[in-house]
Design a protein around this ligand. Structure first.
Ligand SMILES: [Zn+2]
Length: 432
């Protein structure tokens, strides 16, 4: 690779980079091309570690009309991802060794690394703990009942205690069912004027606070999925300052859309937790820019057209994320003032750390993810062109679904090139 700004352990540097046999072999100014070497001209682009998504709904098994592991991996590559963590709210839920093994085996057939988040409780019902120890032996490092939060505090405390000696991280979808009720948009004046029932910010914040308190009593580590309010971010920041092992993610959509988008009654904007006030969006962006957020995670939630094409309050929640996340993260970080080191930190290094994907000897055979570019490191690399403008074409997405709220939106900055496990899998935006 030549012409790019490389994101290395020493920050952003202008240098060439050579990959051979799956490994970064050389970094330096003006490397001389070897005979028969493919030279990628990446003038003006950034090259850093491949992106890692902590939060992908691959829908397989059970939801193959919306997405498959293979199609989700293709969407991931176009979005710059070299590793995805598959969420367990499939049909059936990923709560046994057999089901986790199936997804890992299918994932191993894709060009990127597919890790699995196992369920905390059996069938994600929030009652009996799933066999986390057995799943952990397969290399599962994150457990969640995502789609819903673990409602019962006693169950969550037992889960945290059980997870701690396993060295795995629990991840919580924070919404208290008793407070969300039948809500479909952010609770407040806009919901009232639209005649739609609201989901309170309190529903999220009370569970964030509860889980921080539980973690303080049990020890262990806990990740907060898709935080959407200013207060949630504040709670996590304080818990970190206290020394608790908590991490958090925000989504591209909560960083770039507010509740006003729901005034169209277009169910493409329906998501859980809901799009919030512009003040919350501002707070999320500010926290991201200050480095208080560990990861931008997509919550990529494909829905087949027939299921999403309903009235707002009946449609399923969720939207596509993988193929637009990098551009939206760039937008949230200020575009021309975006710090490339922070950009790769929230899209790669941070999520890899949360998912424990750094080790080369990971038992599921994942190659190291999220490392700074350096000689000897496995070549999982993503190039992002911060200057290119493009328009989102929902029909051209690699995902099997097309439920993006960003159709026809003009974006700035796009992933151009991806090398996964040393293999060129995306070149100038085209799958190889
Ligand atoms: Zn969720």
């Amino acid at each position: 690779m030549t012409g790019a700004t490389l994101i290395t352990a020493n920050g952003a540097v202008e240098a060439d980079l050579r990959v051979r046999d799956g490994v970064v072999r050389e970094i330096g100014p003006a490397l001389t091309p070897l005979e028969d070497e493919l030279v990628l001209q990446l003038e003006g682009q950034w090259v850093g570690p491949g992106f890692v998504d902590l939060h992908t709904h691959l829908r397989e098994p059970g939801g193959e009309s919306s997405e498959t592991i293979a199609s989700g991996a293709r969407a991931g590559i176009v979005g710059g991802y070299t590793a995805l963590v598959a969420m367990p709210n499939t049909e059936p839920a990923l709560d046994t060794v057999a089901l986790v093994s199936f997804v890992l085996a299918e994932g191993a057939r894709t060009p990127i690394s597919i890790a699995v988040a196992g369920s905390i409780t059996q069938n994600r019902e929030g009652q009996q703990l799933a066999p986390m120890a057995e799943m952990a032996q397969l290399g599962v490092r994150v457990f969640t009942d995502d789609g819903s939060g673990v409602q019962n505090a006693g169950v969550m405390r037992r889960a945290l205690s059980y997870a701690k000696p396993l060295g795995v991280r629990l991840a919580q979808h924070c919404e208290d069912d008793s407070l969300v009720g039948s809500g479909v948009v952010n609770e407040g004046p806009l919901a009232e004027s639209l005649g739609l029932s609201g989901r309170s910010t309190l529903a999220e914040e009370i569970m964030v606070q509860r889980d921080i308190d539980l973690l303080r009593s049990t020890g262990g580590s806990l990740h907060f999925l898709h935080l959407s309010t200013a207060r949630s971010i504040e709670l996590v920041k304080n818990a970190k300052a206290e020394g608790l092992d908590v991490t958090c993610e925000v989504t591209p959509h909560h960083l770039t859309l507010d509740e006003s988008a729901c005034a169209t009654y277009d169910p493409l904007f329906k998501v859980h937790p809901p799009l919030r006030s512009s003040l919350d969006v501002f707070a999320l962006r500010e926290a991201l820019g200050r480095g208080h957020i560990d990861a931008v995670a997509t919550d990529h939630a494909p829905h087949a057209p027939e299921s999403k094409d309903r009235a707002f309050d009946e449609a399923p929640a969720g939207l596509l994320g993988l193929e637009t996340a990098a551009s939206l993260t760039y937008e949230a970080l200020g575009q021309s003032s975006c710090d490339p080191v922070l950009f790769y930190s929230v899209l790669s290094r941070g999520p890899a750390r949360v998912a424990q994907l750094r080790a080369n000897d990971n038992p599921v055979g994942l190659s190291a993810q999220g490392g700074a570019l350096q000689v000897g490191e496995a070549a999982n690399l993503t190039a992002f062109d911060p200057s290119v403008q493009w328009r989102v074409d929902a029909s051209a997405l690699q995902s099997r679904a097309s439920n993006t709220p960003y159709a026809d939106r003009v974006m700035i900055g796009r992933v151009s090139t991806v090398i996964s496990k040393g293999v060129l899998v995306l070149r100038e935006g085209v799958l190889q």
